[in-house]
Design a protein around this ligand. Structure first.
Ligand code: C2E
Ligand code: MG
Ligand code: MG
Ligand code: MG
Length: 277
């Protein structure tokens, strides 16, 4: 390695890029193999009404456990799945799994339970996305009004016309739409109004600020007020302390997801957790 200091910065950069791309390709192959060999699975993080502390639904989150028992974080492999196009098939499988589990929970008596599923840009803008949504609902018999698709703010900006049309069709099917990680992108407020979504999810970063040195959560408060003036629902992500929960409730936000209430759980653990409440 000592010798590398003598290389020109140009060749040094090229060598590192080569490694980068090889590593990405390696991960892509490993991810495809994991998907085919059923080493991907879905966990479910409860969403809570903080006033009653009861679960009203859950968010489906994808997990990848490699053969040597290590977990690869979604923040690492989701971009690879998106970049390679694998996300279209994987995402459809997550959606179907989540709808199936939703129906199982309804059959167990949790009849108004809701299920949120993350949807990537590549999936959402795919011409067969609506068909796959319709099929997932039809095959699992999951009621559309209990299924919520989470899109991100950045998606809300790339192709506004296509987005508005797709959202309209999702609405016609009766499913719900929320904007994930809200506040981290830069979508305009007039655009947000046109999108006609059902819910904003306050990004964890703004919840984190509550009780920290940087303030008392002014941005979280603003997002709650925004949701109220747009007359849509709001949920806080990453609630970890009672103080954060109390503060959010004082702002008028009653829904939350976070380690204070529950971590993402396997489907078996979710059932046990719900039964024990
Ligand atoms: P996200 O959709 O914003 O999901 C929330 C993330 O926050 C999850 O991370 C969750 O485990 C984590 N979290 C929840 N409560 C707390 C808390 O109290 N404290 C902390 N520190 N973290 C908390 P996870 O599961 O690692 O997922 C990361 C991201 O990967 C997700 O962010 C989402 O953007 C993406 N992702 C996960 N599953 C899927 C999927 O099936 N499809 C797509 N397209 N993206 C997915
Ligand atoms: Mg999400
Ligand atoms: Mg989020
Ligand atoms: Mg996120």
């Amino acid at each position: 390695r000592a010798k590398s200091h003598q290389r020109s910065s140009f060749s040094y950069f090229t060598v590192d890029m080569g490694v980068e791309i090889r590593e990405r390709v390696r991960m892509m192959h490993a991810l495809r193999a994991a998907f085919e060999n059923e080493r991907l699975f879905v966990v479910y993080q409860p969403q809570i009404d903080m006033r009653t502390e009861r679960a009203v639904g859950a968010e489906a989150l994808l997990r990848w456990k490699t053969e040597d028992g290590q977990f690869v974080p979604p923040d690492q492999f989701i971009p690879i799945a998106e970049y390679s196009g694998l996300i279209v098939d994987i995402g459809e499988w997550v959606l179907r799994s989540a709808c199936f589990e939703l129906m199982e929970l309804h059959k167990l008596g949790f009849t108004e339970f809701k299920m949120a599923v993350n949807v990537s840009q590549a999936q959402f803008s795919h011409p067969l996305f609506l068909d796959s949504l319709k099929r997932a609902l039809a095959d699992t018999k999951a009621p559309a009004h209990c299924v919520e698709l989470e899109i991100t703010e950045s998606m809300a900006m790339t192709d506004p016309a296509l987005l508005i049309q797709t959202l309209h069709q999702i609405k016609q099917l009766g499913a719900q739409v929320s904007i994930d990680d809200f506040g981290t992108g830069f979508s305009s407020l007039s655009h947000l109004q046109k999108l006609n979504v059902d819910k904003l999810k306050i990004d964890r970063a703004f919840v984190n600020e509550i009780g920290s040195k940087s303030g008392e959560g002014n941005i979280a408060k603003m997002i709650v007020q925004l949701s109220q003036s747009l007359n849509i629902k709001v949920i806080a992500e990453g609630v970890e302390t009672e103080h954060q929960a109390d503060t959010l409730m004082s702002f008028g936000c009653h829904l939350a997801q976070g380690y204070l209430y529950a971590r993402p759980l396997t489907k078996e653990d979710l059932r046990n957790w719900l039964a024990s409440k």
